[in-house]
Design a protein around this ligand. Structure first.
Ligand code: UDX
Length: 453
């Protein structure tokens, strides 16, 4: 099939290159001419495992091409995917400016024998596909027939390519049997179950999935807080919860909460849309609020472990919103840094992320020293906060913490480290949802959870 994609973000590129790899001819368009120039030279502007190889393989085979003008895209393609961003507007609603800009640029096509399809993959409010179709119909000649469909994307950053080839499900929301059949056939070679439904249900299925994940994470974080207050161990509680097949083991990790380009924005948009629709989502709203409190909670825990943080040096291990990506959009590290600086104006912050340092230099205040290694960030630090659970942080030895740091106090914001092993070797490691561990027997006897600093 000949297809086009508008929006060369991670989702657009992985989708375009993925379909090209399945033998289709794909033309990928983006308004950002710099990005298109890079892509045309074979360079990928994202840190996304497997994407570069996939794109290169298909550009050199001539199945994947790039451009920047969406106006004539429907001239010779049967299917146009829209994967442009739908960022948060001022009051939490989704901004559909980029989507409407694409739709309004689409010109009438000459060969009207084949009915065109526009598939919206961007996450959008319920009813958007219908509105897009109405807007196109009002502007295009009657013989330019187009089906606007909703095929939401469930790709995760860091595993976008795998998620394309091994989708958990493929949701196809259409308003015509013809579109449903053509799209079902297109996706037949992918292994996930295909769920054919109407457009509104497909749109809500995406928003509901992200909201459900957000609720699960906030639930985990609140139970973890309760575990801390009552002397229980949250990881053991989570393990037990996860073994219940009705609950499942995923998205129960407590820590600094959810960030990224999707969960925060999509939950806000769902709450806003639900209010307008007269079906308030109080649970999701509470999940969003609970998530926003987590960085402050971490700062308070640091204050309990380290006297006078305003005169101390604190190292942040990890800045990206999750490991495996260089993305800092709505990363918990940003709110954590803001809280630390607000409550302790004199604090010295150092930070290191294996992939996100470049993005961090553009986003963080110059007062945060971005370091080239964990060792450099930890050197002379009075405490460290593990913000993103990169594997390399798990490999830091207790002796390294003790030699590099002024005082080996680690606030493990993701329960990524072996607290018991570190503790046994004289490093204070305080996880989430667990009692603080003491560094040695004498401190336990004296009743101190954390050595006085
Ligand atoms: C998410 C959805 O998973 C994906 O289906 C959708 O298409 C886009 O949004 P992504 O933003 O890549 O994908 O991140 P994801 O891996 O889902 O993690 C989201 C956030 O939740 C991260 O900040 C992560 O650290 C946090 N998280 C995840 C937890 O705090 N605890 C967990 O148990 C799991």
């Amino acid at each position: 099939m000949k297809m086009a994609i508008v929006g060369a973000g991670v989702v657009g590129l992985a989708t375009g290159a993925g379909f090209a790899d399945l033998g289709h001819s794909v033309h990928c368009v983006d308004i950002d001419t710099g990005k298109i120039a890079l892509l045309s030279r074979g360079s990928i502007p994202y840190h996304e495992p497997g994407l570069e190889a996939l794109v290169l393989r298909n550009t050199s085979a001539g199945r994947l091409t790039f451009g920047h003008n969406p106006s004539k895209l429907l001239n010779d393609v049967e299917l146009l995917f829209i994967t442009v961003g739908t960022p948060s507007g001022d009051t939490g609603e989704m901004s559909l400016a980029a989507l409407w800009s694409v739709i309004d640029q689409i010109e009438a096509w000459p060969d009207t024998d084949i009915r065109r399809m526009i598939a919206i993959k961007s996450t959008v409010p319920v009813g958007t596909a219908e509105r897009v179709e109405l807007r196109l119909r009002s502007r295009l000649p009657d013989n330019c027939l187009v089906d606007v469909v909703s095929i939401p994307e469930f790709m995760r950053e860091g595993s976008a390519v795998r998620d394309f080839f091994e989708p958990s499900r493929i949701v196809i929301g259409t308003a015509s049997v013809d579109a449903e059949e053509r799209l079902t056939q297109l996706h037949q070679r992918l292994p996930g179950p295909i769920l054919a439904t109407d457009r509104r249900s497909a749109e809500l299925a995406k928003l509901a999935a992200n909201a459900c994940l957000a609720v699960k994470i906030s639930f985990a974080n609140e139970i973890a807080a309760l575990a801390e207050q009552t002397g229980a161990d949250y990881p053991s509680v989570a393990h037990s919860l996860g073994l219940d097949p009705r609950i499942g083991p995923h998205f129960l990790a407590a820590g600094l909460g959810f960030g990224g380009s999707c969960l925060p924005k999509d939950t806000r948009a769902l709450v806003r849309m639900a209010d307008e629709a007269g079906a308030p989502q109080t649970l999701v709203e509470a999940a969003v609020r609970a998530n926003a409190m987590l960085p402050l909670r971490m700062v308070r825990k640091l204050e309990a472990a380290l006297s006078d943080p305003g005169r101390r040096r604190v190292a942040l291990l990890g800045l990206a919103f999750k490991p495996g990506t260089d993305d800092m959009r709505e990363a918990p590290s940003l709110r954590l840094i803001a809280e630390l600086s607000r409550r302790h104006p004199g604090i010295t912050l150092t930070a290191y992320d294996p992939e996100a340092n470049h993005a961090a230099r553009k986003l963080l205040p110059s007062s945060v020293k971005i370091c080239d290694s964990a060792e450099e960030a930890l050197k002379g630090a009075d405490a460290a906060i593990l913000v993103t659970e990169w594997r390399e942080f798990r490999q830091i030895k207790a002796d390294d913490f003790k030699i590099w740091m002024n005082r080996p106090i680690i606030m493990d914001g993701r329960n990524a480290l072996d607290a018991a092993a570190l503790n046994a070797q004289g490093v204070v490691c305080i996880g989430v949802g667990r009692l603080p561990v003491v560094p040695n027997e004498s401190a336990r006897k004296s009743g101190d959870l954390v050595p006085k600093v």
